[in-house]
Design a protein around this ligand. Structure first.
Ligand code: UDP
Length: 412
């Protein structure tokens, strides 16, 4: 066992590690390709950044391709993303054409790799049309949907459905997200990497130094939300919660985030957040580069309460990241956050800024409870949301697509 696998074994236990290695052995020599729409920013890139090297460490032939698109394409896919998560509005004919044209161009570029691959994972709707553009494909193709499609705009879902119904299988994060499709649908939850820069244990000195460098004093309890500046992450709702809670407890709020290269709306949301925070010296709005993993780790470690007050959430890796650092997380009662936060056991699920404020106040005035919930939170992530478990489920799925028996945690 390599020294890296040894380190994972120390976290998850060696029997679990042996199981993962045995499954990986059965896929040796097979070409596996992941395709998504950005190398940096957002949860999909975060997962692939860990999953691809771990897969290679296990001896698998894995590559990661990113589709290239222009502004018009990413404006269109953002509309697609928003509409699939239930926002009103649909795709115009022009946007539909921009989507198809970009997929056609990427299909030409990626054809040699994708047609030869034994297994292809296509992540989210942006590159989903690639399948229909590969009539000579040899391998099995899986559509991995990371977003909350429980109540999509119907016309947009019909458009996406045309692109994904030909896949051999699809994967969703929650049963609620599954849609009528003519192929098997699997449930596999996303995960975090305990050995990544984002999640390793940092020294207290590094945490303090990072906060100093960012201009965030550690003089008051810190409430933190890390996320892209996106409407569905509800940063304005977080500011409102903070303001209500601050009438009772003296706190500091940090909103840290950046953009993703496939997210054209971030600038506008950031502007609104800055306006809402203006004039309050206890709110820090931090725009971070996409590789600021250690910085985010330090902020999560320094915080007293982590928030993820999303109004729609496919999963919300930031929830597990906070929990891994023994923080009780206050999260919106939606989507994948419901899988991670067991109310009152390892955090709180909330439905309004007022509800979030009550929980902030409670956690900051009940230190023992806060610490207990933090311990529960870490254990819950250890048992359910680590990258090794997600990879095991992906590999088992591939084996079962070829008719072999897999090992399932859950499936529809
Ligand atoms: N993230 C980051 N920098 C940022 C904002 C977010 O590295 O400025 C990371 C965050 O730590 C998490 C991922 O990006 O690992 C976001 O995943 P999540 O599932 O929470 O949300 P998504 O952006 O995919 O909707």
């Amino acid at each position: 066992m390599s020294s890296i696998l040894q380190k994972y074994g120390e976290v998850i236990g060696f029997p679990a590690m042996d199981g993962l290695m045995a499954i990986a052995d059965r896929l040796r020599g097979k070409k596996i390709v992941h395709v998504n729409s950005t190398k940096a920013g957002g949860g999909v890139a975060e997962i692939l950044l860990s999953m691809v090297p771990l897969s290679r460490e296990l001896g698998l032939d894995v590559s990661w391709e990113v589709i290239e698109g222009d502004e018009a394409f990413f404006a269109c896919t953002k509309t697609l993303h928003n509409s699939l998560q239930g926002m009103s509005g649909g795709l115009s004919d022009l946007q539909g054409e921009a989507y198809m044209e970009t997929n056609r161009r990427n299909a030409e570029r990626l054809r040699p790799i994708l047609e030869e691959a034994d297994y292809v994972f296509i992540h989210d709707p942006q590159p989903a049309a690639l399948l229909n553009l590969m009539p000579e494909r040899k391998g099995k193709w899986v559509w991995r949907c990371h977003i909350d499609v429980s109540a999509p705009n119907r016309s947009v879902w019909r458009f996406v459905k045309k692109q994904v119904e030909g896949y051999d299988a699809s994967i969703f994060s929650l049963p609620d997200f599954a849609q009528p499709l003519p192929h098997p649908q699997y449930l596999i939850t996303p995960s975090i990497d305990p050995l990544s820069e984002k999640n390793i244990t940092l020294s207290r000195a590094e945490v303090v130094r990072t906060c100093e460098d960012l201009g965030v004093p550690l003089d008051k309890p810190m409430i933190l939300q890390v996320s892209r500046f996106d409407h569905f992450k509800d940063p304005l709702g977080v500011i409102e919660s903070y303001r209500i809670a601050k009438e009772h407890v003296d706190i500091r709020l940090v909103l840290a985030g950046g953009g993703a290269t496939d997210d054209p709306e971030a600038g506008e949301v950031l502007e609104r957040v800055r306006e809402a925070a203006a004039g309050d010296p206890d709110i820090s709005v931090l725009l971070l580069p996409s590789d600021a993993h250690r910085t985010i780790n330090a902020l999560q470690t320094a915080s007293d309460v982590v928030m993820q007050k999303s109004t729609k959430e496919g999963f919300g890796l930031t929830v597990s990241e906070g929990m891994w650092k023994k923080k009780p997380v206050i999260g919106g009662d939606v989507g994948g956050i419901r899988l991670q936060i067991i109310n009152r056991f390892n955090g709180f699920r909330v439905r309004s800024p007022e509800g979030a404020a009550i929980r902030i106040r409670y956690l900051l005035t009940h230190r023992w409870k806060r610490e207990r919930m933090g311990v529960n939170a870490r254990q819950y992530v250890l048992e359910n949301f680590l990258i090794t478990g997600q990879l095991r489920n992906y590999l088992s799925l591939l084996i079962s697509l070829d008719g072999g028996e897999g090992q399932w945690e859950r499936w529809i």
